[in-house]
Design a protein around this ligand. Structure first.
Ligand code: MRU
Length: 349
């Protein structure tokens, strides 16, 4: 892990984000001077992955409020709520962004009439707590998922739910990193993940940098490899888990889950508690982000589709809980019925 640049860094005064759109060709770290810059970094996927955008959003609030401490306490809280709603508007599907911003607002409200400088210090401490807590959650997910990784396995993953998408280690990739550290030998297959190629640009890169045996495939090759007996296990991350266990994740995940069920391959979804959304009863009500046409009509800078073609670009899909073998969480592997197991482990969080 030592060779990977961290996606989010707070140096005690300023926020730095790794620009993931430039990976794997360039490692560019940008200092974030304004809340607008942080919003844009989230929108443009410079920082991406559900836990990472939650952490970045929390620090983004601190960045935006630094210049506002001359306000009266009520006006400062009003500004905090305005900026939280603004940051939350950057991306709709991953609940971690909303979760982290709500946590920040709740902490500030508790301080009531304290002076804004004191509230700001508490907000900074809370953002650091969210960041540190994510490290522990990822490690716990890794430890609970570790027994699933057996010698000689072929393991498929989709999108990037690794170190780059979190504080470190990742969610779906955490068990793989821990198994590798323990000397277990296995092969990872990374779906390239059209249209933005998180699998090719990020997952295959971070696994390769960390010394794991990784093979990159195009998305449309996964079912073929399953049919050839090369895949024993699928592990993916998620952007939102509904109360019934339906999971939203990067577009293409649903197809992988359907193929895995057809071939009798276990399909696991890894997530921290910050991704579980009890306010959403089932997956079909999750708002799916639609992104710009150019991501589909172009490959890099080159146009690959006719002019004036109609395009759809949903960035996520929802996999029904019936296709999920288990949820690898920070509190253990949860099994169906998820409506019960999720409530039992997390309703009081
Ligand atoms: O659009 P992205 O790159 O932010 O999508 C990320 C994913 O879909 C990840 O699988 C998910 O956020 C889990 S990250 C631990």
């Amino acid at each position: 892990m030592a060779t990977l640049p961290t996606s989010i860094h707070w140096d005690g005064a300023d926020l730095y984000l790794l620009d993931q759109t430039q990976l794997p060709l360039a490692t560019v770290i940008e200092k974030q001077d304004t809340v607008e810059q942080v919003w844009d970094a989230i929108k443009q996927l410079k920082v991406r992955g559900a836990p990472a955008i939650g952490i970045a959003g929390a620090y983004g609030l601190v960045v935006g409020l630094r210049s506002q401490i001359q306000l009266s306490p009520p006006d400062f809280l009003g500004e905090l709520e305005r900026l939280a709603a603004y940051l939350d508007s950057a991306r709709p599907t991953a609940v971690n962004l909303h979760w982290a911003l709500t946590r920040m607002v709740t902490v500030a409200r508790r301080l009531g009439e304290e002076d804004p400088a004191t509230i700001l210090i508490t907000l900074e401490q809370e953002a650091i707590k969210i960041h540190d807590e994510d490290r522990r959650l990822c490690r716990a997910i890794g430890e609970h998922g570790l027994p699933l990784i057996q010698p000689g396995m072929g393991i498929l993953t989709h999108c990037n739910a690794g170190a780059l998408a979190t504080s470190e280690l990742g969610t779906a990739l955490a068990p793989l990193y821990l198994a590798h550290q323990q000397g277990v030998e296995f092969r990872v297959y990374a779906d390239e993940t059209r249209p933005l190629l998180q699998g090719a640009r990020l997952t295959s890169w971070e696994l390769q940098q960390s010394g794991l045996d990784v093979t990159l495939i195009c998305d449309n090759m996964a079912a073929h490899l399953m049919g050839q007996g090369l895949i024993d296990l699928v592990i993916v991350g998620t952007d939102r888990v509904a109360a019934n266990g339906d999971v939203a994740n990067k577009i293409g995940t649903l197809g992988v889950a359907i193929a895995a069920q057809y071939f009798g391959i276990p399909f696991y979804v890894a997530c921290p508690y910050s991704t579980i959304d009890f306010a959403t009863a089932e997956g079909r009500t999750i708002v799916i982000e639609e992104r710009g046409e150019a991501e589909v009509t172009h490959f890099g800078d080159r146009r690959t589709a006719p002019l004036n073609i109609s395009v759809r670009n949903p960035a996520f899909d929802v996999t029904p809980h019936t296709l999920v073998t288990g949820l690898i969480t920070d509190r253990g592997i949860l099994r169906a019925p998820y409506i019960e197991s999720l409530k039992q482990h997390y309703a009081k969080v």
